[in-house]
Design a protein around this ligand. Structure first.
Ligand code: SAM
Ligand code: SF4
Length: 352
């Protein structure tokens, strides 16, 4: 009889004991929307095309990550569906059995055309960003008139049979804080769990200010006024969202990165489309993995670089941003001029 030998993956931890587990892979910095909280400027500096990792390079790097603990991969951007032939990347990633979960975060515009091939390629889960259910508001928020395509995309995802659909909503005071209930009700009709994200002062959010944040506490207050008792779901999880259940069983999540940062349980890191590795959404510099890869580094050399970098990780960016409130100096994270000099600081370059 053949005995199955389980490959063991070492647990690599940082200085705060946090494992290296979830990897967000940005496949492009380009986007077909201009969301007010992410890309509010008229002009952007794009990553030079020749620096972008090929699918083969992304897979080679991701495979090294999986030898040191990564088992969840999220494809993001910019708008990931703008990257040509994305399903073939998904299929290549699926060849690695150490990856237990491959998810996609998208604005949904191109889902109608691509959802079936993504499903066939083996994509596990889809998260669609949806901040409003009003076409006019969508246009004002994104500077584009493509709301209908987003709704069609969500319908298709549902019809194809993807499970665990998530709808991510950035909750902003005075912008869409009157739609939280409508969004939860919409989520019920499409089998999607809504997750409200607090507006973050990340690079790119050049319009950010404390008074525009609709906090976790305010979200809960608004929802409980309408739905009554809201029960927190106790989970042993490293996921960023706190989850809650309404009396009718509907669940939703809140990602409270701004008012209740969760740095102590953050196992996420980010690979930009041009191969820089960021250990925190708020990190000002990343580790260049493209250069060693293109210079012919071996798997062992790349693995050693990942391990030593993660072992030395001290980042707790969201908590440090929060601490600035005590001295009343929390404002935008970086100035526009600095973003122009280093587009990697943008949320749309490092992936949300
Ligand atoms: N374009 C895709 C999308 O919008 O889903 C993927 C990339 S986008 C950068 C990933 C996520 O980051 C989106 O859900 C978006 O709402 C979120 N995001 C962008 N800027 C944000 C901000 N300032 N605060 C909170 N979330 C933000
Ligand atoms: Fe909006 Fe996503 Fe594009 Fe940013 S990257 S502008 S959040 S669609």
């Amino acid at each position: 009889m053949k005995t199955e030998v389980k490959e063991s993956v070492p647990t690599v931890v940082d200085t705060m004991g946090r494992p290296l587990r979830a990897l967000r892979v940005s496949v492009t910095d380009r986007c077909n929307l201009r969301c007010q909280y992410c890309m509010p400027e008229e002009e952007y500096v794009w990553l030079p095309r020749e620096t972008l990792l090929t699918f083969e390079e992304i897979v080679r790097l991701t495979n090294v990550f999986t030898t040191v603990g990564v088992d969840k991969v999220r494809i993001t951007g910019g708008e990931p569906l703008l990257r040509k032939d994305l399903p073939s990347l998904i299929a290549l990633l699926r060849e690695n059995s150490k990856i237990k979960d491959i998810a996609l975060t998208t604005n949904g515009i191109l889902l109608k055309e691509q959802a079936q091939s993504l499903y066939d390629a083996g994509l596990h889960r889809v998260t669609v960003s949806l901040d409003t259910l009003r076409a006019d508001r969508f246009k004002a928020l994104t500077k584009r008139n493509t709301f209908v395509q987003v709704l069609e995309g969500i319908d298709i995802v549902n019809a194809i049979g993807f499970h665990d659909l998530k709808l991510d909503t950035v909750a902003m005071k005075g912008i869409n804080d009157d739609e939280l209930i409508d969004l939860i009700e919409f989520g019920k009709t499409v089998g999607g769990e809504v997750r409200f994200i607090e507006y973050m002062d990340v690079g790119g959010a050049t319009d950010w200010s404390v008074d525009k944040v609709f906090s976790c506490a305010e979200i809960l207050q608004t929802l409980s006024r309408h739905y009554g008792l809201i029960e927190p779901i106790i989970e042993d999880s490293w996921a960023p969202a706190k989850r809650f259940r309404l009396l009718d069983g509907t669940t939703f999540g809140i990602i409270a990165s701004t008012t209740l940062p969760f740095c102590s349980t953050c196992d996420r890191s980010r690979l930009t489309a041009d191969g820089l590795w960021y250990l925190c959404l708020y990190a000002k510099t990343g580790i260049d993995l493209r250069q060693p890869l293109r210079d012919g580094a071996t798997v062992d050399e790349l693995r050693a670089l990942l391990v030593s970098t993660w072992n030395a990780r001290t980042n707790r960016g969201a908590e440090e941003r929060k601490e600035l409130e005590r001295v009343d100096t929390r404002g935008r994270f970086v100035e526009i001029e600095r973003l122009r000099q280093d587009p990697h600081l943008e949320m749309h370059a490092r992936g949300g």
